[in-house]
Design a protein around this ligand. Sequence first.
Ligand code: HEC
Length: 169
Amino acid sequence: MALSILGYLTAFTPAFKTFTPSNPAGPEDWKDYKSWYKITKEPNTGDPTGFLDKKHRGTSAFRDVFINDKGKATNVGDAEFPYPEGTIILKEAFKSQKDYDAQKKPELTVMVKMASGSSPSTNDWMFYMGGDGKLSGTGMESKWGKFCGSCHINAIATDFTFMNHKFGK
Ligand code: HEC
């Protein structure tokens, strides 16, 4: 009896994971993202920040952003930047409003906060192009680290993220 309760608890309590460049996060870690806190109350379209430069499927795309529990307090302003280790932020980009309404085939991009000191040039963020986790990079010297990081660094004051409580204020 006691053992089966223990088994139940272990199976349903998410273990705290430490991510590093050699032990990166993957699709398993963001598979439940639809249940996370949704940062965008309305989907972003156009170029609300002025930094889009046709990325994230461009100005006609409809984009929603989700953040896991780890990072929520920082995002909403209940905790200071930088985001804590273990934060995962995921963005869905739909080609058009039509695709958004049908929730059809979004392109996913993901940012994962690794252990402190993992990648100083990107504030310890690892970047993912696509939800399958296959294309990723961290330091500015890596392909994806540079591609994503060299634009997200425009938001350095808010730890490489554009969509947070400071946006538009
Ligand atoms: C040319 C600039 C640019 C590039 C390159 C870029 N992004 Fe972004 N990203 C943005 C902007 C601007 C936003 C703000 C939201 C919006 O406009 O929809 C954003 C938002 C995001 C968000 C939501 C968190 C936030 O910062 O608001 C994630 C996650 C994200 N991008 C991941 C990536 C990943 C991963 C890559 C590389 C594969 C990447 N981005 C490349 C400009 C860029």
